[in-house]
Design a protein around this ligand. Structure first.
Ligand SMILES: Cc1cc2nc3c(=O)[nH]c(=O)nc-3n(C[C@H](O)[C@H](O)[C@H](O)COP(=O)(O)O)c2cc1C
Length: 358
């Protein structure tokens, strides 16, 4: 007998977490290493006075970091979200939850998301997908009321609407209707504080301009270089013995606009969140230097989130220390000065930018 859709969604969420934590999803090229910051031998700032705080979407964060949407909607997700929320509170950084569609369909799993309300997180972000705002087969699209309900579930300051058609095309049960997506997003953004969020394939300038016109409040560029959902689906298809899907997943493993490139081209006057392949506080500093308002991290934090709060605390301490070290070494006492400092663009990222601007 075919698996019920609800169980299928729950299994998929569990698979995603396990695959990202345990399999090799690496890309053939590290785009963040194309961005070089310029050393300042006389920084004229004391390390202890380096200030990493930032205001984004009217919310004050102690560091320009957002734990990106990862999970919710199945058993283990509650613990993962609790661990993440607890460090988001301690470090004064932002946090998003995974797609809340599961909880809108089945309120029994709402707790796996709403657990984050127990913590004083300065920026909480809800999450729905643009494919769910459009009619897919017999499934009715989600409306503004559902968007509000998703936000209330986690007491969200912002609602991320994710754009994930790379994932939808490679996963067997994918939602591949996309006509009307921009219009639906516009409707949502006129009623709710929406961040448009790619999930690993990046945002080009043309789309960023359309999103701005649609009145989204920010763009999370979610570019190539980190967690690739094509790679994730490759592993899922392989273990299900579906060689045809596995082939598609492998073929599109490196698909997308590299994150640093997307940060530059999608900067159309809205806050840009740089997500996709950030490994360290140095990468966070690089993102700010090329124009991002803050950085997002998912895959980098997931293994520690599964291990527990202490492991996550260690990781975040390292990331914040690296960010401060980078700021110190370029002589930036705060993020404004870091943003104004020079970045040298090299390698494939430079090739991309040169050709995109031709
Ligand atoms: C296990 C896992 C589940 C994810 N689920 C969602 C999701 O439900 N909604 C969403 O917008 N993004 C989701 N993402 C994408 C991340 O928010 C992020 O955009 C992407 O992983 C790129 O960042 P990274 O390279 O730091 O992992 C997920 C990522 C991971 C690792």
């Amino acid at each position: 007998m075919a698996e019920e859709p609800e169980r299928l969604i729950q299994r998929r969420k569990g698979d995603h977490v396990e695959i990202v934590a345990n399999e090799d999803l690496s890309q053939d090229y590290v785009y963040w290493d194309d961005i070089k910051l310029v050393h300042n031998p006389l920084p004229e700032v004391d390390l202890e006075e380096v200030d990493t705080s930032v205001t984004i979407f009217g919310r004050r964060l102690k560091a320009p970091l957002i734990i990106s949407a990862m999970t919710g909607g199945y058993g283990k997700a509650e613990e993962i979200n609790r661990n993440l929320a607890s460090v988001a509170e301690d470090f004064g950084i932002g946090m998003g939850v995974g797609s809340q569609r599961a909880a809108l369909e089945n309120p029994e799993v709402a707790r796996t998301y709403s657990v984050i309300k127990e913590f004083e997180i300065p920026l909480r972000i809800g999450n729905l997908g643009v494919p769910q705002l459009i009619k897919q087969g017999l499934t009715a699209p989600l409306g503004i009321e559902e968007g509000k309900a998703a936000m209330e579930m986690v007491d969200a300051h912002m609602l991320a609407v994710h754009l994930n058609y790379l994932q939808e095309i490679v996963q067997p049960e994918g939602d591949t209707k996309s006509k009307g997506g921009l219009k639906a997003l516009e409707k949502f953004a006129s009623a709710l504080p929406v961040i448009a969020k790619e999930t690993g394939a990046g945002v080009p300038r043309e789309t960023a301009l359309k999103l701005k016109k649609a009145r989204v409040r920010g763009i999370d560029v979610g570019g190539l270089g980190g967690t690739s959902f094509s790679a994730v689906e490759y592993y899922r298809a392989k273990s299900a013995g579906d060689s045809s899907r596995a082939n598609i997943g492998r073929t599109f493993w490196d698909w997308g606009i590299p994150t640093p490139v997307a940060v530059v081209v999608a900067n159309v006057g809205l806050p840009v969140i740089a997500t996709g392949g950030l490994r360290s506080g140095l990468d966070v500093a690089r993102a700010i230097t090329i124009g991002a308002s803050s950085a997002g991290m998912a895959g980098r934090l997931l293994p520690a989130a599964l291990e527990g709060k202490d492991a996550l605390t260690r990781e975040l301490n390292t990331i914040i220390d690296e960010l401060k070290a980078a700021m110190f070494l370029v002589g930036a006492k705060d993020l404004k000065e870091l943003a104004a400092s020079k970045a040298i663009l090299t390698g494939r990222s430079k090739d991309w930018l040169d050709q995109l601007s031709e």
